[in-house]
Design a protein around this ligand. Sequence first.
Ligand code: GLU
Length: 440
Amino acid sequence: MTVKVRFAPSPTGYLHVGNVRTALVNWLFARQSGGHFVLRVDDTDTQRSETKYNDAIREDLAWLGLNWDSEEHQSKRFERYSLAAQTLVAQGRLYACYETPEELDVQRKMQASRGLPPIYNRAGLKLTEEQKAAYEQKGRNPHYRFLLNDEEMTWDDLIRGHVAMRASTMSDPVLLREDGGPVYTLASVVDDGEMEITHVIRGEDHVSNTAVQVQLYNALGFAVPRFAHMALLKTKEGEMSKRLGGNDIRSLRKAGILPMALDSLLARMGTSDPALPFAELKPLVESFDFAKFGRAPANYDVGELEKINEKLLHQLPFEAVAPQFDFIDEQFWLSIRANIKKLEDVRQWWDILNEAVSADLNDDEWAFIRSTVALLPENPWDDATWDTWLSAIKPTTPRTGKLLFMPLRLALTGREHGPELKKLLPLLGREQVLQRLKGQ
Ligand code: GLU
């Protein structure tokens, strides 16, 4: 049996770390088993779906290296859903209901006041043809519910193990809305069935949908796929929005996060394997195993993402950054890459090394700076040059701490903050340092 999986995002917003993890796990499993990965755009909600989000999803997946073997759009398959609905009506498993949302709300409140669970009372099932005609005359369109069999629904989940749920604890789900449009549950099952999806891998917020969907696959004569429900990610919203501008993939990309940093972290999150910085997806494909997934919610920690990102940056070859920073050369990149935290920091180093500096210093400070020139170590320069120079300067001046190094930093870089001076000196080189110390 060839493995076939799908990632089914709704184009109602940008992908965030939670969706990407679902996409990634589907992709890793497909690639490991030589299977097929479908991008299935869940756009039955035509009101809220937008082309710009659809494009963004494709762009973000491609950026993350998650290629898809085929693409489907639910909005192009409405006919298939209405055919399936007709089959269910013919079986007596889909029935018309006329309650308004307000009426359903009143029902639920009455149930709650009597201590009963909010389960739909199946009033629609008992309506006579005359009663239905009367509703329609009043201008009410029906919505349709799926009649659940009162049986235990079970499956062997690849992550959660044996799962059993009784239908009597659930309301008959609505499959067609008042406007005749299919809801997610129906569209998803028809697609999984007709596209011969073998494994449905998604978040555990879908476990109760699965219970209903198992009956629906059976009613429609489809093979029931295998399921894997992942424990959800716990994110610390506030902290994330502050540090990296949000937890959607676009913001993370803008903040300089590398695609492999996200892939490395999200592939291992909630598993027994450590999240390590991987420069390519291959080792993640090879080590993927459902048995390694735990049942406890996984903590998404933006600090961990930044750490992995930093480690990846430090090993990144010049070719990987050259297209984005066409003004730098390989030597420059290799000299600074170990000292940057984010890709954007490249610009800061470049500016300091290449832009004319103007430092706002007083006569006293310039006098001090000039006195250090003669103490400047001879070539060759390396990471130790700054310390050697400082040791030579200290006995010649009453200045210490900030009073000592700040005038030098300002003269050399024109700013109060920036990369460490011990790293900057060898990059600037003796000639340029001399010039800047002379205020040129
Ligand atoms: N569009 C649904 C979601 O994003 C898909 C769920 C599924 O995988 O069946 O939650």
